[in-house]
Design a protein around this ligand. Structure first.
Ligand code: PGA
Length: 251
């Protein structure tokens, strides 16, 4: 099996201002120190307005910073949008694309997300490409086909294990406290791994994160599953102790 380092990513969503965001980031930076833990990489994805102060707060540490969304173009008449290059300029090394809150609240299609992921690669960022089924789709037995379709539609040309990460986030598990069974997570991650053949050059080395109500109490069992290479954490990433406990649950 290819050795894959875990990636523990915090999605702060629309939370934090400069002062508490920088304080949270500095707290994590102090725990990680200048060299990454041999088991995991730690990433925080704050709102775009505070990427710069958060980057400063983690400077000198192995904590990485990412954005939560980007536009497909380098620049232009796109009011309110942010180019991947702007995120990089502010200090980001990663960007989340295709989060279900973007797919749902902003009507983003897989084609749109593919354009955003391609922009991330163009800007030298690592794209975290999110996929996941709704509860109705799972109940209808369509979870795997929906996710497979999202992968095919959202992964850009040129995606590799070093510039792309997949995050499987069942929509119904995000922010609800509910999670799929361990068997369901393992089955989906196995399917995603298989599906990556033909979509990326080195499918065995791509990190596949699980996201949706990850917390200190369930992190160890989820991170212990085959083909789960990390977590995308929302609510629990806003408390340094909880986020750190999740990272420490990496085998
Ligand atoms: P949650 O969010 O951990 O609060 O469920 C996960 C996400 O939306 O990435």
């Amino acid at each position: 099996m290819t050795a894959r380092r875990y990636l523990i990513a915090g999605n702060w969503k629309m939370h934090c201002r400069q002062s508490d965001g920088a304080a949270l980031a500095a707290d994590l930076a102090a725990r990680v120190g200048p060299t990454a833990d041999p088991r995991f990489d730690l990433l925080v994805c704050p709102p775009a307005t505070i990427i710069s102060p958060v980057s400063q707060a983690v400077s000198g540490s192995a904590v990485a910073v990412g954005g939560q969304d980007c536009h497909a173009q380098v620049q232009g008449a796109h009011t309110g949008d942010i180019a991947a290059e702007m995120l990089a300029d502010a200090g980001a090394a990663f960007v989340i694309v295709g989060h279900s809150e973007r797919r749902t609240n902003h009507g983003e299609s897989s084609a749109t997300i593919k354009g955003k992921a391609a922009a991330a690669l163009r800007a030298g960022l690592t794209a975290i490409i999110c996929v996941g089924e709704t509860e109705a789709q799972r109940d209808a037995g369509q979870a795997e086909s929906v996710v497979a379709e999202q992968l095919t539609g959202s992964i850009p040309d040129g995606a590799t294990a070093s510039n792309s990460v997949i995050a499987y986030e069942p929509v119904w598990a995000i922010g609800t406290g509910r999670t799929p069974t361990l068997a369901d997570i393992a089955a989906m991650h196995g399917m995603i791994r298989e599906k990556l053949s033909g979509l990326v050059t080195d499918p065995g080395a791509v990190r596949i994160l699980y996201g949706g109500s990850v917390k200190p109490s369930n992190a160890a069992e989820i991170l212990g599953l085959a083909d789960v290479d990390g977590a995308l954490v929302g609510g629990a990433s806003l408390k340094a102790d909880d986020f750190w406990a999740i990272a420490q649950a990496c085998p």
